[in-house]
Structure formats: structure tokens, C-alpha cells
Design a binder for this molecule. Structure first.
Ligand code: NAG
Ligand code: NAG
Ligand code: NAG
Ligand code: NAG
Length: 488
């Protein structure tokens, strides 16, 4: 009798506690640039994103990694990719690599604390064995693809890649990916049992190349001449429509008032494919601000602060502990780099973060081989800052990477870290010079010395990139033409 009563009390309590936890929707737009949303660039049509951002909290000094897999690693683990061997380029489909299995991912933590956890879209955190894939790493359901990019309609990338949970899903080739993810989102919200809180990771394929989008969206940009820019803008508007559908379905379900919506890009815009980060310097793949300082915001009726910008430094690794705190969960994960920004964002408290490590990657080339850190207002770059080094305006044709660092991929310069690593050296004061025009490296030797000391400290925790050569066992031909786990 007493036991039964206790159990009832416990059940009531857990439901009540569960009910208090906010639903969390974590939205990632792939390759979205600083200058690619309506609230930073009025040429882009994104009314839903603009509304959420302007009535939420815009993150003004918010950093991610310069490429997809590393940023997603940081979102999911709260750990810098340079500490996990995942800082070099991205996880290739044919590499025996995934996020280390001893790291708990955010959906796992939320699931342990009563959340229903669902993902749709792009994974890109490795899939050589099943244990690496979303439904083995904390997601109750998965609807999307394992690779870094594919055809938005056929879901082909030298092999078919689309799954419903673990099953190959040929229906995935029926429609435009962003439509399909919005359909899936509606289905999950409609079917959601509100006695548990909901976590949804909407990892859109847009606005990543290939440049594909239904014609009704390109028709909204008759004034844009450059083809890639027209498509990119239209792809943003397609995501914005999907987000409009999200808001509507949350309201229809009656859970909008208890839902925290987070929006972020995973790296800067890819200037070769219509992305734009102007006036920031560089873009995707580069360590300049255009590759790493991105659009991001929070929105939710539970935020104490609504409207305005949060100008404390924040990094992708901070989401794990920040979301845990927002959900009232004790985050006991050891050895993370993230800091909870929840109270600083909410209470206009003092900025917590003094430092951001942009990257540490001594896997010389191709394309990277760099160390960069921000401490307060200063930023130090040593090594190769990336192949996009200029300031690119929208609606201009950038078919090839521009700038002085254009590389011949058949004849890559060999960067020997020990000897040539200091080939490129930059010091910027980002407060005075957020667009990185004025290299202070030779003018402020004391600051350089201090910053190099910080880099040295970070290097103590460096793990060399896990970047093996292609494993032929991965070949989709071995699996009926489908990219499939089980070969590592
Ligand atoms: C996905 O799988 C679930 C069961 O595993 C099934 O109920 C559902 O209809 C499937 N959805 C699609 C779109 O195939
Ligand atoms: C694609 O999805 C959209 C949005 O759900 C829908 O309106 C359209 O009919 C679908 N098209 C096809 C070919 O299934
Ligand atoms: C959300 O809260 C606001 C203010 O508290 C209220 O006016 C509105 O009706 C609520 N909406 C829903 C869908 O519960
Ligand atoms: C590129 O760098 C070289 C020196 O390496 C310099 O002479 C040249 O003017 C630079 N070009 C541009 C476009 O900045």
C-alpha cells in the first residue's frame, strides 16, 4: 500500500517534472553564411527566421568550426574537435572514422532525462559501423542521410543514402529534402506525447550544394543575376518556409509556449556555391571570421531576455551544457570544453567565455594546417588560414576560390609544421577590426607572445587528426548501391 502510494507520488512527480522541461528544437542550416539571412541582408527572404531571431536573442559573437563534421561534433559532444581527432576537413564516406564512442552525445543525455529524441536530415558524424549512427547514439528516430552532402532529390552521392531509422528508405527519393524534413517534423510534433519533453534535431541539407530548389523559390529572386546566388537565396527561403511550418505545428499542438528553438549554421557560407559572409573575411573552410563566426539565435517564451543581441563569446561546444541547464539537467559529462551560457544569455550576466580555439590542425595539407585562437578581442592565426582569404560581395561570380591562396590541387605546397608553420601569421583586434583588414602581428609582439602562450596551453590537449585513406570495404557496390554501415 505504502509502496504503491510512493510509486504513484513518484510517477506524478516525474510527470510534473517532465512537463516543466522545455521542448528543445535544435535547427542547423548547412553552410549558411553570415550574409545569407534576412535579418543581416534584406535581399534574402526569410520572414520566419527573422521573426524568431528578432523576438529571441541573437548571438553576435558566436563561433563554430570552419567545416561540417567538426561543428556537428562540437554540437553533439561539447568537446572541441581538435581534442577528438576530428578537426581535419570532414568525415569522408569511405573513411573508418566516427565520433569516439566513449563520448556521450547530447540526445543520449536528454533521453536519459525523459526526452523523446528525434533527428531529421544530415548526420555526417561517421557511419562505418552501426554503433556510430544516430539511432545508436541517443536518437529515438532518424530520417535522413549519413553523408555530408548528396543530390537533394535523388539522394545519391556515388551511392544511395537515405534512411528511416536504420532501414534504407527508397521513398526518400520522392521529393525535395527540405520538404521531406518538414513533413517528418510535422508528423513527429503531431504524434508527440506531451507527457515527455521533446528534443528535435533538424539538420537541414539546405543550403549546401548542389544548387537545387523548387522553382517557386528561385522565382522569388528575379533581381539576382548570379545563378549560384539566386539558388542559394532560394534555398534559404525554402528552409524558412519549413521553419514557418514548424512554428505552426508547435502552436497547433499547443506546445509552442514551452519550446526553446535554437538556430545555427555549421560554418560560414561557401563562396564558390553562392554563400556569402560579407563584410566578414573568407568563408567556409577558412579560419577567418567569415568561415567561423556565424548566424545563430535562441527563441522561446521562457527566455527572460527577448529581443536584442548577446555579445558574449560563445562557441558550438557550449550548446551541450547550455541546453542541459535550460532543461534543468545536471550535466556531469567529464572533460568537456563547453560552458553553459544559459544564465549569461538570460540574465544579461557577465560574459563567461574569454577564449575560443578556432582550430588546431597540424595535418598539414590538403587545405588545412593551422592554429588559431581568440583571447578577448585578439585573434592569432598561424599556418594556413584557408583557401578563401578575401572579402566577397554577394551577386558576383565566384566560380573558383579567389584570393592569393588559390591552390593547385595537383601540386599542393607542403607545409612542414615544424619548419614552415609560421608562413602565415596574423594578429587582429576584432573589436576594432571585425573584418580582419589590419594585421597587427609585427606591431604588437607582446600580445603575440601572450597569445602564443595560450596556443601552447591548448596544444597540450591536441589529438592528431584521425584521417585515414579510403577503405574499399565502404564501397556501396558491396551493399546493393547503398552507403551502409558494417565495414569497420
Ligand atoms: C518509418 O519507419 C516506421 C517504423 O519503423 C514506419 O512506421 C514509418 O511508416 C516509416 N516511414 C517512412 C516514411 O517510411
Ligand atoms: C513534396 O512535398 C510537398 C510538401 O509536403 C508536397 O506539397 C508535394 O506534393 C510533394 N511532392 C511530391 C512529388 O510528393
Ligand atoms: C502562450 O502564452 C501567451 C502569453 O502567456 C498566451 O497569450 C498564449 O495564448 C499562449 N499560447 C498558447 C498556444 O498556449
Ligand atoms: C599575392 O601575393 C604576392 C606575393 O606573394 C604579391 O606580389 C601579389 O601582389 C599578391 N596578389 C594579390 C592579388 O594580393
Amino acid at each position: 500500500m505504502a509502496t504503491a502510494l510512493l510509486m504513484t507520488v513518484a510517477a506524478v512527480l516525474s510527470v510534473a517534472l517532465g512537463a516543466e522541461k522545455p521542448n528543445v528544437i535544435f535547427i542547423v542550416a548547412d553552410d549558411l553564411g553570415w550574409n545569407d539571412v534576412g535579418y543581416t541582408n534584406p535581399d534574402v527572404i526569410s520572414p520566419n527566421i527573422d521573426f524568431l531571431a528578432k523576438s529571441g536573442v541573437i548571438l553576435d559573437q558566436y563561433y563554430v568550426q570552419p567545416l561540417c563534421s567538426p561543428s556537428r561534433t562540437a554540437f553533439m559532444t561539447g568537446v572541441y574537435p581538435y581534442r577528438l581527432g576530428l578537426q581535419h576537413l570532414v568525415v569522408m564516406n569511405n573513411q573508418d572514422v566516427c565520433v569516439p564512442l566513449d563520448r556521450k552525445m547530447l540526445p543520449q543525455l536528454l533521453k536519459e532525462n525523459g526526452y523523446s529524441t528525434h533527428m531529421m536530415g544530415k548526420w555526417h558524424l561517421g557511419f562505418c559501423k552501426w554503433e556510430c549512427t544516430p539511432t545508436y547514439r541517443g536518437f529515438d528516430s532518424f530520417y535522413g542521410f549519413y553523408s555530408g552532402g548528396e543530390d537533394h532529390y535523388s539522394k545519391e552521392v556515388n551511392g544511395f543514402d537515405f534512411r528511416n531509422n536504420t532501414e534504407v528508405c527508397r521513398d526518400g527519393a520522392k521529393n525535395y529534402s527540405t520538404y521531406q524534413y518538414a513533413d517528418r517534423m510535422e508528423q513527429i510534433v503531431r504524434g508527440h506525447d506531451p507527457k515527455n519533453p521533446l528534443f528535435m534535431y533538424m539538420a537541414f541539407q539546405n543550403v549546401h550544394m548542389p544548387m537545387q530548389v523548387p522553382e517557386k523559390y528561385t522565382a522569388m529572386y528575379p533581381h539576382i543575376q548570379n545563378e549560384n546566388r539566386k539558388y542559394l537565396s532560394a534555398m534559404v527561403t525554402a528552409v524558412d518556409d519549413a521553419i514557418g511550418r514548424l512554428i505552426t505545428s508547435l502552436k497547433q499542438k499547443g506546445i509552442y509556449n514551452n519550446t526553446l528553438i535554437i538556430f545555427t549554421s555549421d560554418n560560414g557560407g561557401w563562396t564558390s556555391y553562392g554563400g556569402n559572409n560579407y563584410p566578414l573575411r573568407g568563408g567556409k573552410i577558412s579560419i577567418f571570421e567569415g568561415g567561423t563566426r556565424v548566424v545563430g539565435f535562441l527563441h522561446g517564451p521562457m527566455l527572460a531576455r527577448k529581443g536584442g543581441k548577446f555579445d558574449g563569446l560563445m562557441h558550438a561546444v557550449d550548446w551541450f551544457p547550455t541546453i542541459a541547464e535550460a532543461a534543468g539537467i545536471q550535466n556531469k559529462e567529464p572533460d568537456q570544453d563547453g560552458m553553459s551560457q544559459w544564465s549569461a544569455i538570460n540574465s544579461r550576466g557577465p560574459a563567461l567565455r574569454q577564449e575560443v580555439v578556432y582550430n588546431l590542425d597540424y595535418h598539414s595539407l590538403p587545405l588545412q594546417g593551422q592554429a588559431a585562437i581568440r583571447v578577448g578581442d585578439y585573434k592569432l592565426i598561424e599556418g594556413f588560414p584557408g583557401m578563401y582569404e578575401g572579402w566577397y560581395k554577394p551577386d558576383t561570380v565566384y566560380k573558383e576560390p579567389l584570393g592569393n591562396l588559390t591552390l593547385d590541387l595537383n601540386n599542393l605546397p607542403k607545409l612542414n609544421i615544424g619548419e614552415d608553420f609560421h608562413v602565415f601569421k596574423y594578429l587582429f583586434n576584432l573589436k576594432d577590426d571585425p573584418t580582419e583588414h589590419n594585421n597587427l602581428y609585427d606591431k604588437l609582439p607582446d600580445v603575440v607572445k601572450m597569445m602564443e602562450g595560450k596556443l601552447e596551453a591548448a596544444k597540450k590537449r591536441y589529438v592528431a587528426p584521425n584521417f585515414p585513406s579510403a577503405d574499399p570495404k565502404s564501397n556501396p557496390q558491396n551493399y546493393g548501391g547503398v552507403w551502409t554501415p558494417g565495414w569497420c
